[in-house]
Design a protein around this ligand. Structure first.
Ligand code: ZN
Ligand code: ZN
Ligand code: ZN
Length: 370
């Protein structure tokens, strides 16, 4: 199925979701939700761009006049969305309010800027604002064939970056220098944007969201490399591998074996009908049984798609049942403050009877020459 066929269906499904939730209309400003529903990849700006999607009635896209050509060039005109430009001296919020008419409940995309939310509230004091997340989440969580293909190629692109790690990750270089090379390669291997580069060597590896520092990499260091970017089609990659420059410390090798087992256990557990939290437990049980429970500081994973972090979250308390097409990370970690840490992360997508891994680099500790 092409992206455009998906798009028409998404608007229909979003509308159905609004009706079921008793919501009169949906307002969506630039971001992942707008791109998901309309294919319009607009930058979030101070000037208001806003999809106005009533549960019943025709959808419109309010755009600053100077953005009209970009909006026309996007798939929205083919989706039957009326483009409504506004001039610099006009009040776009009043325009949205006019298009909506009398509305009891309006859903706003979860990432709308507070400044816009409050202006909309002031213009429509009798309309209740709710979050659109609960409606849109159900659509965005279940990826279509075309979306899975897009995630698969993002996964291969970041695999190709990890495959070249020995070129850059060398004794005597700083994390920052290595990070620059990785960022260049993220683009060169098929992304449009670098989203994050974590090169956490030695004790820095004990902090799950360390980025890069001026620390010089030494022989015997273990290094957590967690990298990701966004491809031209808007879909994200995110993959962690842990490397070692020469021989790993003995205590590290011991828990790395546990971590590898935990990541595998979670991947083997994930399938349609399993809960998100049970996938977390599958990884956590292995780590806790080996005595490292306290050192696994974070949830096991997060959904991924047009955003790096989205539903479903693989965390205790999330009883969402996994369904074919759901895509998320499985990334247990073990962190020993002051010493080192390790994480293994793959993106997986739920199939009819299990999962497909979208990252295929070896998961064993990658030993690089010193
Ligand atoms: Zn993260
Ligand atoms: Zn990651
Ligand atoms: Zn991740």
């Amino acid at each position: 199925m092409s992206d455009h066929e998906d798009l028409g269906e998404r608007i229909t499904l979003a509308r159905r979701g609004l009706v079921q939730a008793g919501i009169d209309a949906l307002l969506v400003t630039p971001g992942a939700d707008l791109r998901y529903l309309t294919g319009y990849h607009a930058l979030p700006l101070e000037r208001l761009t806003c999809l106005v999607l009533p549960a019943k009635g025709g959808p419109s896209m309010v755009v600053p006049a100077l953005e009209e050509p970009a909006a026309q060039a996007s798939p929205i005109s083919r989706l039957g969305v009326q483009i409504v430009p506004w001039q610099e001296t006009e009040d776009p919020v009043a325009l949205v309010s006019r298009l909506l008419g009398n509305t009891n409940i309006v859903a706003l995309d979860d990432h709308m800027w507070a400044e816009k939310v409050l202006r909309l509230r002031a213009a429509m004091p009798n309309t209740t604002q709710v979050l659109a997340g609960p409606v849109l989440r159900h659509l965005r969580m279940r990826k279509s064939t075309a979306e899975i293909q897009a995630l698969r190629s993002a996964g291969s692109a970041i695999d190709r970056v990890h495959a070249r790690m020995a070129q850059w990750l060398q004794v005597g270089r700083t994390e920052r220098e290595v990070g620059h090379d990785i960022a260049d390669a993220i683009i060169a291997e098929g992304h449009e944007r670098v989203d994050f580069v974590i090169v956490a060597s030695g004790p820095n590896g004990a902090s799950p969201h360390a980025e890069v520092s001026d620390r010089v990499i030494e022989a015997g260091d273990t290094v957590v490399v967690d990298i990701g970017g966004t491809t031209e089609r808007g879909y994200c990659s995110d993959e962690t591998r842990t490397y070692c420059l020469g021989n790993a410390p003995a205590d590290f090798s011991e828990y790395y074996a546990v971590l590898l087992q935990a990541q595998l256990a979670a991947c083997e557990h994930a399938r349609p009908g399993a809960t998100a939290e049970s996938v977390d437990a599958a990884a956590r049980d292995v780590i806790a049984a080996a005595g490292y429970g306290e050192a696994f500081l974070h949830r096991t994973g997060h959904g991924i798609g047009l955003e790096t972090h989205e539903d479903p979250y693989i965390v205790a308390g999330n009883s969402t049942l996994l369904e074919p097409g759901m895509a998320f990370s499985i990334e247990p970690g073990i962190y020993l403050p002051g010493k080192h840490g390790a994480r293994i992360e793959d993106i997986v997508v739920v199939t009819d009877d299990g999962i497909e891994r979208l990252n295929l680099r070896p998961r064993e500790l990658a030993v690089l020459p010193t």
